[in-house]
Design a protein around this ligand. Structure first.
Ligand SMILES: [Zn+2]
Ligand SMILES: [Zn+2]
Length: 152
């Protein structure tokens, strides 16, 4: 728990450093995301914030989410199903391999994308933000399943 408190403090610093006021809503929203081990949808963030502060305004929470995303403290990814999921932008970056069939999600090491980032920079002079990706496909299990019986 100590670690998460430290992280939190650092986050608060970077929010201040970005020139944004740290309103109580923003701090609460950030805290909820920082304490979560998994991705959260906007509704889940709202539900968790409201556990502590039942009267908090929904649109204020959503606006805080947008702002935290904009300044790069939080990433938002569509992990399929049309739902945007929020997560703290942790270092080092990680990515997700999402199975289209069973929806299983595997975490992918960022090291695989470092060479790709360099190549994009070299070829196009473009600095890509490869922080948080969802790559869709078919997981190993589902591949072997469909190679055998076509039952599912
Ligand atoms: Zn993630
Ligand atoms: Zn699968």
């Amino acid at each position: 728990m100590n670690r998460s408190t430290n992280d939190h403090r650092e986050l608060v610093q970077s929010l201040r450093g970005s020139g944004h006021r740290l309103t109580p809503q923003r701090e609460m929203v950030l805290g909820v995301i920082a304490d979560s081990e998994t991705h959260l949808t906007a509704e889940q963030v709202l539900a968790r914030v409201r556990k502590q502060h039942p009267h908090l305004n929904k649109s204020a929470v959503y606006r805080s989410l947008d702002l935290l995303t904009e300044i790069g403290l939080v990433t938002v990814t569509d992990l399929g199903g049309g739902k945007s999921e929020y997560e703290l932008l942790r270092q080092p970056s990680h990515h997700h391999l999402v199975c289209n069939k069973c929806k299983h999600v595997t975490v992918m090491d960022n090291a695989l994308l470092v060479p790709l980032g360099r190549k994009i920079k070299a070829k196009y002079g473009f600095q890509p933000s490869l922080h948080h990706f969802a790559i869709f496909g078919t997981c190993h299990k589902c591949q072997t399943r469909s190679a055998g019986h076509k039952k599912r």
